[in-house]
Write a protein that binds this ligand. Structure first.
Ligand SMILES: [Zn+2]
Length: 63
């Protein structure tokens, strides 16, 4: 069975630590708020995916 959950390393826009996000690549386009596991501040994650792979992942601060 193919897994559509893909671990993706990115950088927190608040504390600049490397963090790993788990992305559901079965969704073509999504954005959601997730708290940084290091500094616990909210960030807006925007993901575009196709074919089970992440095409683009952007993270920006969400106040
Ligand atoms: Zn952080």
């Amino acid at each position: 069975m193919v897994s559509f959950l893909d671990g993706h390393v990115t950088t927190c826009p608040h504390c600049w630590e490397s963090i790993e996000l788990t992305v559901d690549t079965s969704v073509a386009e999504q954005s959601y708020i997730e708290d940084c596991p290091v500094c616990c501040r909210p960030m807006l994650v925007s993901v575009r995916a196709s074919g089970g792979e992440v095409d683009e992942l952007r993270v920006e601060s969400a106040a």
